[in-house]
Design a protein. Structure first.
Length: 64
């Protein structure tokens, strides 16, 4: 989403939902549009910010 765009909906993801979404997006990473790649980066950042360092290291170092 660019800064000029207004959100059309809001949703609060649980940590488990966010993890599954990030894994799903990673599996399709090569096929993502620029918009979805931006969304993926935002979701990964949110996930990282809601994990301990140990959790993040384990999750982000897993094979895709």
């Amino acid at each position: 989403m660019t800064q000029e765009q207004e959100p059309v909906c809001t949703y609060s993801f649980s940590l488990d939902e966010l993890k599954e979404l990030v894994v799903l997006l990673r599996k399709s990473e090569a096929e993502l549009s620029d918009t979805m790649a931006f969304f993926q980066r935002k979701m990964e950042n949110e996930l990282y910010n809601n994990m301990t360092l140990e959790e993040a290291a384990g999750f982000f170092n897993e094979k895709k």
